[in-house]
Design a protein around this ligand. Structure first.
Ligand code: HEM
Length: 408
């Protein structure tokens, strides 16, 4: 193992090669040392895992704990000056993505039934209706328009609101706060305020559902008396945020990527059957949720390195999804590729609970958009598209698009 690779200070995540590919430093690191030491901005040492095999290994092994609180403290990287984490941080009740078994298992298993492939299949037509209605609204507008605001964000927000029983009219409140929450270097005090606002809103909602249940996932959960209001609030917080931010960014960045690869776009328009595979490929190629954190609960061997107990371990999903040892020509967007085996939904016990839902939304969303807007194109030069380099979920802040309007 080479020792000459420079140890990165901070995370080399800025996509400097193109708006889509991993940063050049990340690629160099993966080639030279797929499990590398890392120095966080606050000076404490950690590990950065970039190889596909090693990333899967970390995610499959619960000795790499998820107990890093995403609620307030998040990870040390975001709070420079924080002492080296020798203990897992305190947890936000209900937010099971940052829990280990048995707590994780206890909460996740309550939701598995609501998110099965079968349940999601039953929702497919309804999701397609939501997409069509949103496309009707889009078609009524005079281009150029921002595709994020008018399509990519509303579709998953409408879907998750309906599933959870969150009033869509309240979206101003939760979307503003969730955007703030997803901002990478948000000062801790502001993060506390934002989490406070979201949890106050959601706590009132779940209390109302416990008193008067409706026909939605949060009502079903609220009916389970052994779950506390704090836990219900945390679950709602996790589902609401995870349920719309990621899919919205996939829809917008995916459209941008397709517009920038006209031959791929043409293939997809010509052969509708390519859509499910194309969605997997876009998930792989773009990896919008590109960074996750774990914590070594004991000394652990990984990729020929020893990760000491107490280390913060960063898994770089984008780097893993662009590992040439796993995917040939990883920097090529190829809608015909068999992209199975990507880690965009994670792996192991925390693998994305909403992946079937997200797939249905993306297939319906891209399919409808391409069908209804055959002349869709960027309304600004690609270099002017505002990239979400400052956010925890990557994507575009806005996607100005235009099309030729036909007289109707
Ligand atoms: C977990 C990605 C959409 C709910 C995860 C994880 C990833 C991910 C990588 C694993 C986190 C970890 O290991 O720490 C994505 C992407 C999406 C998406 C790329 C869209 C394209 C959704 C949707 C929902 C959702 C629509 C709807 C509810 C969750 C939940 C977890 C999770 C609840 C935590 C699972 C657990 O800890 O057991 N997601 N997700 N996600 N996702 Fe998604």
């Amino acid at each position: 193992m080479t020792q000459t690779v420079p140890v990165p200070h901070g995370l080399p995540m800025q996509r400097d090669v193109s708006p889509f590919d991993p940063s050049s430093q990340l690629t160099r690191l993966r080639e030279a040392r797929p499990v590398s030491p890392l120095v966080f901005p606050d000076g404490h040492e950690g590990w950065l895992v970039t190889g596909h095999d090693a990333v899967r290994q970390v995610l499959a092994d619960t000795r790499f704990s998820s107990r890093l609180d995403i609620g307030v403290v998040h990870v040390p990287y975001e709070t420079p000056g924080m002492p080296t984490p020798v203990e897992p941080s305190p947890q936000m009740p209900g937010v099971f993505v940052s829990m280990d078994p048995p707590d994780h298992t206890r909460l996740r298993k309550r939701l598995i039934g609501a998110f099965t492939v079968k349940r999601m299949k039953m929702l497919e037509e309804h999701i397609m209706d939501i997409v069509e209605r949103q496309l009707d609204e889009l078609a009524r507008l005079t281009p150029p328009v921002d595709l994020v605001k008018e399509f990519a964000l509303p579709v998953p927000s409408l879907v998750i609101c309906e599933l959870l029983g969150v009033p869509y009219e309240d979206r101003e409140t939760f979307q503003t706060n969730s955007t703030r929450f997803m901002t990478r270097d948000l000062p801790l005090e502001e993060k506390i305020t934002v989490v406070g606002a979201l949890t106050t809103y959601l706590a009132e909602l779940v209390m109302a559902k416990r008193a008067q249940p409706g026909e939605d996932i949060l009502s079903d959960l609220a009916a389970q008396e052994d779950l506390t209001i704090e836990e219900l609030t945390g679950v709602a917080f996790l589902l609401l945020l995870a349920g719309h931010e990621t899919t919205a960014n996939m829809l917008a960045l995916g459209t941008f990527a397709l517009l920038e690869h006209p031959e791929q776009l043409a293939a997809l328009r010509a052969e509708k059957d390519l859509m499910p595979g194309a969605v997997e490929e876009l998930l792989r190629y773009l990896s919008v949720a590109d960074v996750f954190y774990r914590y070594a609960t004991e000394d652990l061997e990984l990729g020929g390195e020893t990760i000491p107990k107490g280390s913060t371990v960063v898994v770089a999903l984008l780097a893993a999804n662009h590992d040439p040892q796993r995917f040939e020509n990883p920097s090529t967007l190829d809608v015909r590729r068999q992209a199975r085996g990507h880690v965009s939904f994670g792996h192991g016990i925390h693998q994305c609970l909403g992946q079937q839902l997200a797939r249905i939304e993306m297939r319906a969303g891209f399919d409808g958009l391409l069908r209804r807007f055959p002349t869709l194109k960027l309304a600004v030069p690609a270099a002017e598209v505002k990239l979400r380099t400052d956010m925890n979920i990557y994507g575009v802040h806005e996607l100005p698009v235009t099309w030729t309007q036909t007289a109707s």
